[in-house]
Write a protein that binds this ligand. Structure first.
Ligand code: ADE
Length: 218
């Protein structure tokens, strides 16, 4: 899988792949990354990439030409182009699993007040928001989605079982979990976890997952 990032700030994105699981995925050849500053594609004499909104309104908008030309320069036959904006479809775990099967995803990160709609209409395969809040730019949104997608690529996580029991897999949040010490600041691990009866532990986890989901996501 290759992730290609079109952004005005490649330097704030690169470092995310320089440690831990995603660094190892790159070393193992499971993941490749490319960072492209779409300002380089601006035909403006001052390399401008933003203009006031047509018809008025606060803030500046990204002009379509540099983004379109940057996409054309990196696009391959099987590329899948994702634009980031708070006005997009909400990204979820199902999307992460589905997109983990793609060959190349091009993430286009917005800035300012976003994109000229014509470049989205013409070039986006999907348009995602990572939640109902507004970031200063789409870089974090692109990284959040990349991270969620990458851990669903076969071989990226050491223990594939961790993909089975986690939140959202059964339509529920994952149950609370515990580790040693058995007693911490007066609270003990639920005794069932220490007795080794796996059927009982599973039943307990299921009811805790249900309760937690009811509490946080009624
Ligand atoms: N850009 C700014 N805010 C965003 C969000 N919530 N999701 C995706 N892209 C964004």
């Amino acid at each position: 899988m290759k992730f290609t990032y079109l952004t005005l700030f490649p330097q704030i994105m690169r470092c995310y792949f320089e440690d831990s699981i995603l660094k190892r995925a790159i070393q193992k050849g499971l993941l490749q990354t490319e960072f492209v500053d779409f300002r380089e594609f601006s035909k403006d004499s001052h390399k401008k990439v933003d203009r006031p909104k047509a018809g008025g309104g606060a803030g500046m908008l990204l002009t379509p030409q540099p983004i379109a030309d940057a996409i054309k320069s990196v696009r391959e036959k099987e590329s899948w182009v994702i634009f980031t904006t708070p006005a997009g479809k909400r990204f979820n775990q199902k999307d992460a699993k589905r997109l983990a099967l793609k060959k190349n995803i091009i993430f286009v990160s917005g800035r300012y007040e976003g994109f000229d709609e014509r470049v989205v209409e013409r070039y986006a395969d999907e348009v995602f928001s990572i939640g109902d809040f507004v970031l200063t730019g789409g870089e974090l949104a692109s990284l959040v989605m990349s991270d969620a997608i990458a851990r669903n690529i076969r071989g990226v996580l050491g223990n594939e079982e961790s993909l089975v029991e986690e939140s959202f897999e059964e339509g529920l949040l994952e149950a609370p979990a515990f580790t040693k010490p058995i007693e911490f600041e007066g609270s003990k691990i639920p005794s069932e976890f220490l007795k080794g009866n796996h059927a009982k532990i599973t039943a307990l986890k299921n009811s805790m997952a249900l309760l937690r989901t009811r509490y946080y996501r009624p």
